[in-house]
Design a protein around this ligand. Structure first.
Ligand code: IPE
Ligand code: IPE
Ligand code: MG
Length: 249
């Protein structure tokens, strides 16, 4: 376990009775290393990671998480070998088709955060269709961060706000933290309370930079394809005991 985790046991706790984060973020990391350890191509790690993604998403919805943001593909991940990027696109497509085919009576509302215009048309259309069919659902909001970068999100918000100023809709004095929060991809949603990063890396890798100002962080050494509900329970139990001060006393 990483230094941010402790030895509390997740056994015999009713996870729905503890204080859960309203908004949970997960950096789904470690697929490549998982595959390497088994002598498999990195794409096999992404395939296994996609299974974990399905299990954990379902579990979060079942236990009553209201907003779940999963980091699936960063603005920097395009620099990976083309065969790896193609394999990832295939797994994204499989999931988005499955969601339209099999989850039509689901309560989860799917939303994409990031610049999805960069994806191939077929994939982008599947993303838009998933958002469209799920937009009136009342359950958990699932934000899928795809071609997402915290810095690029801030640039996106700056451009929107600069246009409002140029059109005379606002003056520079009207620019405040709320206006920025209202113009980023997660507008209207609470900031993440808790961010989990499996695979033992101690960095944000450009995830929710603006929104995570006061998020609690939790690093788990387990690789994402091996991540289970029990790992999540343990992290959530620790979250429930954290003392969040927001700069106060
Ligand atoms: C996360 O696993 C998936 C994506 C970033 C798309 P990685 O592919 O980063 O796995 P590691 O970090 O190389 O093990
Ligand atoms: C962050 O993981 C992005 C996703 C999990 C989608 P990376 O594997 O890309 O991050 P670094 O390269 O280790 O910082
Ligand atoms: Mg990684």
């Amino acid at each position: 376990m990483g230094i941010f985790s402790n030895n509390t046991t997740e056994k015999n706790i009713d996870i729905t009775k503890i204080k859960l984060p309203e908004h949970l973020g997960i950096i789904m990391d470690g697929n490549g290393r998982w595959a390497k350890k088994r002598g498999l191509p990195r794409s096999a790690g992404h395939s296994a990671g996609a299974k974990t993604f399905r299990t954990i998403t379902r579990y979060c919805s079942d236990i009553g998480i209201k907003h779940l943001t999963l980091y699936a593909f960063s603005t920097e991940n395009w620099t990976r070998p083309p065969e790896e990027v193609s394999a990832l696109m295939k797994y994204f497509k499989d999931y988005l088709e499955e969601a339209l085919r099999d989850f039509l009576d689901d309560t989860v509302k799917i939303k994409f955060i990031g610049d999805i215009s960069a994806f191939p048309d077929e994939l982008r259309e599947l993303m838009e269709e998933n958002e469209r069919v799920s937009k009136d659902r009342s359950g958990m909001v699932l934000n899928l961060a795809m071609n997402y970068g915290g810095r690029s999100e801030i640039v996106y918000a700056c451009r929107k706000i600069a246009k409002m100023a140029a059109n005379g809709e606002i003056s520079p004095e009207n620019i405040d933290e709320k206006l920025i929060s209202d113009n980023i991809y997660t507008a209207g949603q609470p900031d993440p309370d808790f961010i989990i990063r499996p695979s033992g890396e101690y960095r944000t890798s450009n995830f929710l930079l603006w929104q995570s100002a006061y998020a609690e962080y939790y690093i788990d050494d387990v690789l994402w394809p091996d991540y289970t509900k029990e790992h999540l329970n343990k992290a959530l139990l620790e979250y429930s005991k954290r003392n969040r001060r927001f700069g106060g006393v």
